[in-house]
Design a protein around this ligand. Structure first.
Ligand code: PNS
Length: 158
């Protein structure tokens, strides 16, 4: 099987910690698919088309594609013929949720492996939630997200 890894997430919006992980994953796999969950129940700050556009604008690696999915991640993985899920682990607090998700995905698709990658230490405190909160309160997020995301946040929160 070709080494296709899936990096799933909400990416609302993409931040430098995600981009760091994408760069690391792109060095280890033939193809990386960044898979944005289209979740009608969870209303984000950015719409799915906006999040996809921001991901596509900021990802530069030739072997990384951006796609979206709805429903179960494992069904999308079967469609894309991938058995590898990449997830970032920033701190111990991420572990419980990630462990549960990894076990559930394996229960649903026994051949799947979840691989955890650690972002650069400068990004261990970073999440889309804190980026949005700081941006809403007019704090400086210029070193935390790419320029296109800063512009999008300014427009959205104006
Ligand atoms: O960036 P996030 O919000 O932490 O990403 C979570 C995501 C999208 C990876 C997760 O919610 C997901 O895979 N959802 C799809 C539904 C699914 O497959 N659920 C079963 C595993 S718990």
């Amino acid at each position: 099987m070709r080494r296709v890894a899936i990096y799933p997430g909400s990416f609302d919006p993409v931040h430098n910690g995600h981009l760091d992980l994408i760069q690391r994953a792109s060095r280890s796999f033939e193809t990386v698919i960044v898979a944005l969950l289209e979740n009608e129940a969870k209303c984000g700050l950015f719409s799915v088309p906006e999040r996809l556009a921001l991901l596509r604008e900021t990802i530069t690696q030739k072997n990384v594609r951006v796609d979206s999915f709805h429903g179960l991640l494992v069904d999308f993985m079967r469609e894309r013929r991938s058995r590898i899920i990449i997830r970032g682990l920033r701190a111990v607090s991420d572990f419980e949720y990630e462990f549960q998700m990894a076990q559930m995905n394996r229960h649903l698709y026994p051949e799947v492996e979840t691989l955890f990658m650690v972002p650069g230490e400068e990004y261990t405190f970073l999440s889309s939630r804190v980026v949005k909160e700081v941006a809403r309160l007019k704090g400086d997020v210029s070193r935390l997200v790419p320029a296109s995301v800063i512009r999008a946040l300014e427009k959205k929160l104006a």
